[in-house]
Design a protein around this ligand. Sequence first.
Ligand SMILES: [Zn+2]
Ligand SMILES: [Zn+2]
Length: 248
Amino acid sequence: MGYKTMVNELIETLLDFVYPRNIYCILCGEVIEKTESYSLCTTCQEQVKFITSRFCEKCGKPLESMYLPQKCPDCIQNVHYFTKGFSCIEYDDNIKKLVYDLKYHNKRYLAYHMAEMMTARFMKLEWEKPDVIVPIPLHPKKEKERGFNQSALIAKYIGESLDIPVEYRSVLRTKETETQNRLNREERKENLKNAFQIIKSQKFTDKKVLILDDIYTTGSTMDACAKELCKMKPKEIIFMTFATGRNV
Ligand SMILES: [Zn+2]
Ligand SMILES: [Zn+2]
């Protein structure tokens, strides 16, 4: 184990100690029962919109019951480089705050609970087990600023509970990209062009790859990464994110 990994492990352990799990609700801060799942109080569990009913068979976005096609309008119109994917929860103000707290307020313990929810969802779907997990990498400069990559942290916990290896350094983010929030689909695509680079290609050849990220919006990031991975001739590329919006 390298020095840096050791230090990271130590920080993780200390954080677990500073933020003992399942004592406060991660959304409203109320004291919760030890038995509550995902460190969410009963009220918040009821309010969180887990995506369990109809969702797009391609990108996993939730679909209105009155909307008949099996794919969302985006996936009918646009080509994606992944086979299929899913998200755990529908994006709303509470979830926005949760993801923001993880990324910008250094609340790393939230990644553990997000991973718990995603793992449970993955088991329910009964999809074939992937061979390898690839967290969407951050540009090294951004990762240094933030101190960690939230997707890698979530991937670590999911990998541990599903017993799937995680490739942290085989996919690199080689281009510093603008924040995507204000960009439209075409601009996002342009922004992410050649943003990823794969090293150790043999790790993905003939493998079932699961890409992991915190949020799926238009899928531009997911597609840019999947497109690069496709060149390595994997068996299949699927994805999993914590939250997603809806477009119908
Ligand atoms: Zn709560
Ligand atoms: Zn879709």
